[in-house]
Design a protein around this ligand. Structure first.
Ligand SMILES: [Zn+2]
Length: 120
């Protein structure tokens, strides 16, 4: 691909990334509004060597007390809202959307890295 076309592709990917970031931010706000408990957004390292996408996330967590100690509870797949969540179904739907957006961003970051490598 000529470098001009590559630069254009890169710009398009960057615009798409900005759009995704905005939607992720919206979903984070929606999740916070539906949760009776504060949600903590944590970026985590996957531990893979030379991972270009680290840290990942941010992922949603709750702080829960277990055996007298505070622990992080990851709101991942299979997690069910406990009592107190007024619209648990809506919350789970927003959670699924958020996770799908995160996956899309990871894929996009990969394509961006490839385009940047090709340009340099
Ligand atoms: Zn990683």
């Amino acid at each position: 691909m000529p470098s001009e076309a590559l630069a254009k592709a890169l710009a398009r990917l960057e615009a798409e990334l900005a759009d995704l970031e905005a939607r992720l931010e919206e979903e984070r706000k929606a999740l916070e509004a539906l949760s009776p408990l504060p949600i903590y957004w944590r970026r985590v390292r996957c531990g893979k060597e030379r991972c270009r996408k680290c840290p990942h996330g941010p992922y949603p967590y709750l702080k829960v007390k277990k055996g007298g100690r505070w622990r992080w509870k990851y709101l991942g797949k299979g997690w069910q809202p406990p009592e107190g969540f007024v619209r648990p179904r809506e919350f789970l739907e927003a959670l699924a959307r958020y996770r799908a957006l995160l996956r899309r961003r990871e894929a996009l970051l990969e394509r961006l890295a490839e385009a940047e490598r090709a340009l340099s």
